[in-house]
Unconditional design. Structure first.
Length: 283
């Protein structure tokens, strides 16, 4: 199965009679989740006449970099992964996979990594690596393209729930719902403590015809923060055969539990299970 030739797995969500889960974690054995969907538009934009590699940014446990390494290998395109961290430290399982897949790891210190949004830095990287530079997490309009088809599955529900970091999947989904003229409300659980940044961005970017709400107090202290309550949630869903990660999907399910009603809802399990491989995570 190719990175984007996937079949939808929709099944009842444990504990909730009116709720289904879209299991993006099951669409591919190696790069499950929304990350390959977000990469589809960038791969379409890759021009071998002007680009010789793919390049992007991420942390040591990045689902995005893991997916990019696999996709690049499958397409026989060199990949350069700019990692926030230091070369002398042991590789995480995620980065070891990336290296085994043939991707080149380039480690950046905190100050240099902070430049990842600067146009001048992008131009420098494009020239140095002859690369198509992909924003961190596959964000942006090209990242939204592969997420728009999710609207086909969500349009018949009263609500669709998903977690977000960059917000790309939510925006792609919402734009797809707008084309269907669906009445589905998009409910987004923000995994990042961002001082209102995501709300401001959504207010400007969400289609006017789509109803949406943002739960921006569900991050439990910040991005990748793990609490005892989160561990308990993961253990409960594991027992039901639904693996969650501590960064996104566990926070999604915990937030939904506090808000669930009799409305027909679809929860999008966005995959991204690299967070379960973190050494300090042991539930």
């Amino acid at each position: 199965m190719g990175a984007w030739d996937w079949q939808p797995y929709v099944e009842p969500l444990p504990f909730f009679p009116y709720t289904d889960a879209l299991r993006l974690d099951k669409i591919h054995p190696e790069i499950s989740g929304n990350k390959p969907l977000k990469l589809a538009g960038f791969v379409q934009a890759f021009n071998p006449k002007t680009h010789r590699s793919l390049l992007s940014f991420g942390g040591a446990h990045s689902n995005h970099l893991h997916a990019l390494a696999y996709v690049a290998r499958s397409l026989n395109i060199p990949a350069f992964l700019l990692v926030r961290g230091y070369e002398h430290l042991p590789l995480t399982p995620t980065l070891q996979d990336c290296q085994n897949l043939g991707a080149k790891l380039v480690f950046l210190d905190k100050k240099t990594y902070a430049r990842r949004y600067e146009p001048e830095f992008w131009q420098e990287l494009e020239q140095r690596y002859q690369a198509l530079v992909i924003p961190e997490g596959g964000a942006g309009e090209l990242g939204e393209l592969g997420c728009k088809p999710l609207a086909h599955l969500a349009q018949h529900y009263e609500e669709v729930w998903l977690a977000c970091g960059s917000g790309t999947t939510a925006l792609g989904l919402a734009k797809g719902l707008a084309k269907y003229q669906a009445q589905t409300q998009v409910c987004v659980v923000n995994a990042v403590a961002d001082q209102g940044e995501r709300r401001r961005a959504f207010s400007a970017q969400m289609p006017k015809s789509v109803r949406w709400r943002l739960l921006d107090e569900a991050h439990l202290g910040g991005f990748a923060k793990i609490t005892p309550e989160l561990r308990d949630t993961i253990a409960r869903y594991d027992a039901q055969g639904l693996p969650l990660d501590p960064v996104y999907t566990a926070k999604l399910c915990l937030a939904y539990e506090s808000q669930a009603s009799t409305r027909k809802a679809l929860l999008i399990h966005t995959g991204g299970l690299q967070g379960r491989r973190v050494g300090s995570f042991n539930h």
